[in-house]
Design a protein around this ligand. Sequence first.
Ligand SMILES: CCCCCCCC/C=C\CCCCCCCC(=O)SCCNC(=O)CCNC(=O)[C@H](O)C(C)(C)COP(=O)(O)OP(=O)(O)OC[C@H]1O[C@@H](n2cnc3c(N)ncnc32)[C@H](O)[C@@H]1OP(=O)(O)O
Length: 153
Amino acid sequence: MKGIQDYYHDHFAQCYGCGRLNEHGHHLKTYWDGEHTITKFIPKEYHTAIPGFVYGGMLASVIDCHGTGSAALAFAKQQNIELCEHNAPRCVTASLQVKYLKPTPIDGEIEIKGTIAKINERKATIVAELYAGGNLCVTGEIVAVLVPDNFGE
Ligand SMILES: CCCCCCCC/C=C\CCCCCCCC(=O)SCCNC(=O)CCNC(=O)[C@H](O)C(C)(C)COP(=O)(O)OP(=O)(O)OC[C@H]1O[C@@H](n2cnc3c(N)ncnc32)[C@H](O)[C@@H]1OP(=O)(O)O
């Protein structure tokens, strides 16, 4: 299964959270599931907060890049971009809010579901729900801003 991150330009694919070219990173893949976006992640033992549970900063990191990936998917849809090669829109985080509802067990896959709450021509707000073992453990809200094509030129 390809994620939006497979379509980022090489220059924008170095991010620790979601860059496919960062050998130390999470290598997240975010894709559509109907009207929602999905990212899955399997925590490692060294992501521990207290034994058995995932470190909250790690969960925030995953929610962050799920948000920028979801925003990129939403902008691609808005702009009728057919994803191929490395033509995906790219977003940075303007704001990240996280609420920890329950401790997140470390032994198993985590699924993050995204909803595009708002979008205009440059900014998207994504609401995220993070589930472990089917239980909602963390929620998040990300404001992501589109990086212009000529950024840094
Ligand atoms: C890493 C550095 C990134 C910087 C540059 C991009 C380089 C591209 C390269 C590679 C891309 C891949 C990177 C990986 C991404 C993964 C996730 C991260 O870790 S990102 C790192 C953490 N985030 C930052 O360091 C952003 C620092 N902040 C900024 O650069 C600016 O403040 C920015 C771009 C977010 C907005 O600045 P404006 O001057 O371009 O635009 P204005 O007009 O201020 O905002 C645009 C819209 O966003 C809203 N906005 C801005 N800040 C907001 C905030 N904190 N909360 C809510 N809304 C906000 C504004 O109200 C405005 O909304 P309305 O279009 O008018 O509706």
